[in-house]
Design a binder for this molecule. Structure first.
Ligand code: FMN
Ligand code: SF4
Length: 405
């Protein structure tokens, strides 16, 4: 069931060395691209493979690259976003700590395609194992003469919002790491006003395979609209927590039971949360193939793959309050509608928990409808997704807690 594209077999060393990566075909894609593939043809290849971003929003990678490639500037940048700070998601930390060369080769390929002459590996200041692994991999690359342009490791502040792409640019420029107005998009004006391609580290790590094996080989894995594999994180609620690489089209049941060994408690799952910023999926959807096109009609998405769930016997309202509190604490305060929404969601959920009676559905709907699209970044939508979906998935729990709404 596990398709190994990015990841290798378990190995003695915790970090895949340059020698180990090269033994598996590593950097062959870069060497081929530099000698035989025009930048525009490389972007066509990524487009033909149907690669979508793995940072949560699933944006087509080639479209982003084309924007930066088309811009004329004396300098361009690539930012590999490894600022993973979403509770329940560990896959980017896992990838950078264990397989840094796949990410670095992806950065160099993106630079070739877009005309960038400098890369940033964007990590968080408290990610010691990842910083160490990336430094060691960069030193190997430099010694081997493969570092075709400089890649700097950036240590960002420890906040959730610093992972947003314009916040990442702000942090690299020496700012506090808060989102900026868009447009202009980073591809037009990013780091120091120069065209900048920001991609999630996992998105970039898929590129060497696509260049080495071809778009058809990539499309042979996954589904029609969601080709390839994705990294999923299972936390301690699973019997076997860990990061698992699976083809799109796998079901949550296969992921949780097949890889994760089921729930650690042995209790049944009532609903899955594909990632903290997504909508809940009721247990009846455990056998739906995981793909953008299958989860969208259900009001959800694969997100960044930090999978959690609600089990029989869990306090649903307490869990929702925790999620709402997280977004309230992490919003950066720049946009009044976001401050209002995240504060109000916490307040309404407290009212439900205190059995304050009916009216919560209308309140939550009004707050989230008002706030939608009014933030500088999509945290404003991410904070609403799980709570709005829970109104239907957990309608009975809401009614019982609120006191018979
Ligand atoms: C509040 C917030 C936090 C985010 N955190 C991350 C993050 O930690 N890592 C990441 O890759 N993308 C994160 N994103 C998404 C980025 O803005 C951006 O879409 C992504 O890095 C683009 O890469 P991709 O197209 O390869 O997915 C975040 C977005 C928001 C709104
Ligand atoms: S939407 Fe929220 S998190 Fe995003 S910039 Fe505005 S206040 Fe900050």
């Amino acid at each position: 069931m596990t398709a190994r594209i990015l990841l290798t077999e378990p190995q003695g060393s915790p970090r895949q060395t340059l020698e180990q990566y090269r033994a598996r075909g590593g950097y062959a894609a870069l060497e081929r691209a530099r000698s035989e593939i025009e930048p525009s043809a490389l972007i066509d290849l990524v487009e033909a493979a149907g690669l979508r971003g793995r940072g949560g929003a699933a944006f087509p990678t080639a479209r982003k690259w084309r924007l930066a490639a088309a811009a004329s500037a004396d300098q361009k940048f690539v930012v590999a976003n490894g600022g993973e700070h979403e509770p329940g998601s560990e896959k980017d930390k896992f990838l950078v700590a264990n397989y840094p060369h796949a990410v670095l080769e992806g950065i160099l390929l993106c630079g070739h395609a877009t005309g960038a002459s400098k890369g940033y590996l964007y990590l968080i200041e408290d990610m010691a194992p990842q910083i160490e692994a990336a430094e060691a991999a960069l030193a190997e690359l430099r010694d081997a003469g493969l570092l075709i342009f400089d890649i700097e490791i950036h240590r960002a502040p420890t906040t959730y919002v610093a992972g947003e792409e314009t916040a990442a640019i702000d942090s690299i420029e020496g700012g506090p790491g808060k989102p900026k107005e868009k447009p202009p998009y980073p591809g037009e004006s990013g780091v120091h006003g120069k065209p900048t391609t920001v991609n999630n580290v996992e998105s970039l790590a898929h590129v060497p395979f696509i260049v080495r094996e071809g778009a058809d080989a990539y499309r042979a894995i996954g589904t029609a609209e969601s080709p390839g594999t994705m990294l999923f994180t299972l936390g301690r609620a699973a019997k076997n927590p860990g990061v698992y690489e699976l083809p799109f089209g796998t079901t949550y049941r296969e992921l949780i039971e097949g890889c994760g060994g089921g729930t650690a408690s042995g209790r049944a799952i009532r609903a899955v949360l594909p990632a903290l910023s997504c909508g809940f999926l009721a247990a009846e959807h455990l056998d739906v193939p995981i793909a953008h096109e299958t989860l969208r009609p259900l009001g959800s998405s694969p997100g960044c793959g930090g999978v959690s769930w609600i089990e029989e016997g869990d306090d649903v309202l307490a869990r929702l309050s925790e999620i709402a509190q997280f977004f309230m604490d992490e919003q950066c305060g720049q946009c009044p509608p976001c401050r209002m929404e995240t504060n109000q969601l916490v307040h309404v959920l407290k009212g439900v928990q205190a059995a304050k009676g009916p009216g919560y559905r209308e309140q939550i709907t009004k707050i989230t409808d008002f706030a939608r699209g009014k933030g500088r970044c999509s945290l404003i939508e991410m904070a609403a997704a799980s709570i709005v979906s829970a109104l239907d998935v957990f309608a009975d729990d809401f009614a019982a807690a609120a006191g018979g709404a």
